[in-house]
Design a protein around this ligand. Sequence first.
Ligand code: 5GP
Ligand code: ZN
Length: 133
Amino acid sequence: MECNCIFCKIANGEIPSATLYEDEEFRVILDLGPASRGHALILPKKHAANLFELPDETAEKVMVLAKKIAGRLKEGLGADGINLVQNNGEAAGQTVFHFHMHLIPRYDGDTVQVTWTPGTLTDADKEEILKLF
Ligand code: 5GP
Ligand code: ZN
């Protein structure tokens, strides 16, 4: 555990949290600054700063767990949709540098913003990016 990481402390039960789910590898908690009613965070117990550091086997399990929790939130809270949001790096809006996935329940007509202004895919960009893969 990284001694100064708040999500390590929460995930491992050192700091109490509103826990929706826990197993050996994960804790799912309510976000303290929710974007909407039921906004939850999936935290792996083992520290990884972001997606790039996350072990493959943990990454695989995160999506299965997200599916399970999203279904419970949708049904239990009567949400009309759910956004999965996962920020990596300051430029992407990450503020806590311990991997976490947001589950943000959405309600018809809510004012939550998970949005961007669509640009245009240029031929130059397309060619350059396709060459990377
Ligand atoms: P990020 O911007 O890094 O993707 O998201 C960090 C999230 O963690 C924010 O939504 C913020 O409200 C939440 N958060 C920060 N500190 C705490 C905390 O101590 N407890 C809980 N439950 N959520 C926190
Ligand atoms: Zn941590």
